[in-house]
Design a protein around this ligand. Structure first.
Ligand SMILES: Cc1cc2nc3c(=O)[nH]c(=O)nc-3n(C[C@H](O)[C@H](O)[C@H](O)COP(=O)(O)O)c2cc1C
Length: 208
């Protein structure tokens, strides 16, 4: 390890200070050191990038080293082997979160027990009335179906839909949905929430 003399002395001082505090409070210093070394991954599913942006804001709020991983780029077994704790997040498309993320949770149910500390979703639905609240709850129920126990921290965020960025299939489905079901004009919108996401990241600290 490359460490200069001054950093070494500073590190030693910090450890001594923590030991002193731990003794004063009648506890062991071991958990403090252990938790600092825990490897944390935030695994997200995104189609158009809003979930990735939100994941980055959460990581900023967390103020600690974590790896942000797109579910499409990972090997399930390598990730399970490498990380101690997980945060999971997904956009919602046609009533549900990303299939590959669900597959990851389902096929690694036992290995992930007690390791998922937080989850989040991005969706167009808002919790401004009971109907919206219930729909969001339903999205979380589907997301959490294979997770036991449920993550202690869960939050929904506003998403984003930019018409020009949609692929042909999604555009056709949504055009139809806005016209026939919502009976609203089909326009682009951005309800992403950087501040709320950073706060969520900060709240997550206490579970690591
Ligand atoms: C094809 C499509 C279907 C969607 N279906 C839903 C839905 O069923 N319920 C909902 O609340 N939001 C829905 N949304 C809104 C998305 O959840 C929102 O755009 C979110 O930001 C998507 O995440 P992403 O930008 O990371 O892909 C849909 C968006 C798209 C493009």
């Amino acid at each position: 390890m490359n460490i200069d003399r001054r950093s070494f002395i500073k590190f030693g001082k910090n450890i001594s200070l923590m030991s002193l505090l731990a003794i004063n409070f009648g506890c062991s210093i071991q958990p403090l050191i252990k938790n600092k070394n825990k490897k944390v991954a935030l695994i997200y599913a995104t189609r158009y990038g809003a979930t990735k942006d939100t994941a980055q804001w959460i990581a900023q709020g967390l103020q600690r080293d974590i790896d942000l991983l797109n579910i499409e780029d990972i090997s399930f077994s390598e990730v399970i082997e490498k990380y101690d704790l997980f945060i999971i997040g997904s956009g919602v498309w046609i009533d549900g979160v990303g299939n590959k993320l669900i597959e990851f949770l389902d096929t690694n149910k036992d290995a992930l027990k007690n390791k998922i500390i937080a989850s989040f979703i991005l969706c167009g639905t808002t919790a401004k009335d009971t109907k919206g609240e219930e729909r969001i709850e339903k999205y979380f129920d589907k997301f959490h179906a294979s997770i036991d126990p449920k993550p202690p921290l869960n939050k929904y965020f506003g998403g984003r839909m930019i018409i020009d960025e949609l692929n042909k299939k999604d555009k056709t489905i949504l055009e139809h949905f806005y016209k026939r079901i919502l009976k609203r004009k089909f326009v682009s919108w951005d309800r992403t929430e950087p501040k709320k996401a950073k706060l969520f990241g900060s709240d997550t600290k206490k579970y690591i």
